[in-house]
Design a protein around this ligand. Sequence first.
Ligand code: SAM
Ligand code: SF4
Length: 327
Amino acid sequence: MIDGFGRKITYLRLSVTDRCNLRCSYCMPAAMRFRPHADLLDWDELDRVAGAFVALGVRKLRLTGGEPLVRKGFVDFVARLSRHLGSGALDEVTMTTNGTQLADHARALARYGMRRVNVSLDSIDPATFERITRGGKLSRVIAGIDAALEAGIAVKLNTVVLRDDNLGDAVALAEWAHQRGASISFIEVMPLGDVEQRRIDQHVPMTAVREQLEQRWTLLPSSKQTGGPARYVTTDEGGTIGFITPLSDNFCGGCNRVRVTATGQLCFCLGQDEGIDLRALLRDDDRTKPLEDSIAQSIQRKPHGHDFEIKERDSVGPARHMSVTGG
Ligand code: SAM
Ligand code: SF4
């Protein structure tokens, strides 16, 4: 699939649920309302969606949510998808997780071919972690990360930086990640859906994170490129650090990805509300070809890039929370 700007689409992020056992303050309000179960794609529908994208040339599949591991049957779904790894049609099946249930499932995930996971970790101070996640237990996440590494799964940490919460934790987080042989990326908060705080009070540019890290290390430019939005540096001790700057530096030119929400909306861009309703197609017709044709044609609608803006009032961004779109 090649979009209207000549970008080859080889990467699908597939959300398997909008539900989560945490309530991170930048992701959703404390009283988040989730979609009724009947609105979510069931495992067979999710499998058909994944199969259609694989047939259309997607090589990398990331499972996300909400929290993928809270949906019953998730590990069986990974087992089911492993046939695409076995056939060579997919290069990798990965996931983004908050890590709280990883300790229970890491070995099984490794057995079914998962080689890498992204774990979101915004602080290694238990009180800060609990405050940002509104009740999460840091020790569970650490146990999950350790279990993944022990099972042979590479771990990349993702940290959303919030001005008054965890900006001061950046050095400690990077040190902690590097001691465990994990890489880490810092991410600017994006205005995706309403949360209880104003986005302008949460947002901090990556230049401020860099300044913190430069008090501890000399940061050297890195040649590492993953095709994703992160730009990497290496510390003078050899650790890798990524910066994802959706607001201060737009990175859409090389975007190779699309997303399918837990309710089956195909989204061409994280920063745009536009999409097409795959759930209706799946439920109206059980043939594969019309589904694949609709996806292939719609790819032309992928926009050139996102248009976020964080302002004193009325920040610009889609109404959909990241937990709905799938991060
Ligand atoms: N629950 C899983 C987790 O937290 O990793 C997967 C879903 S979560 C929505 C995916 C990623 O989106 C996480 O790394 C999270 O930190 C990030 N995220 C959520 N809301 C965000 C926002 N408004 N701006 C930037 N990143 C956000
Ligand atoms: Fe849940 Fe992930 Fe959103 Fe946190 S970022 S509330 S863990 S979906």
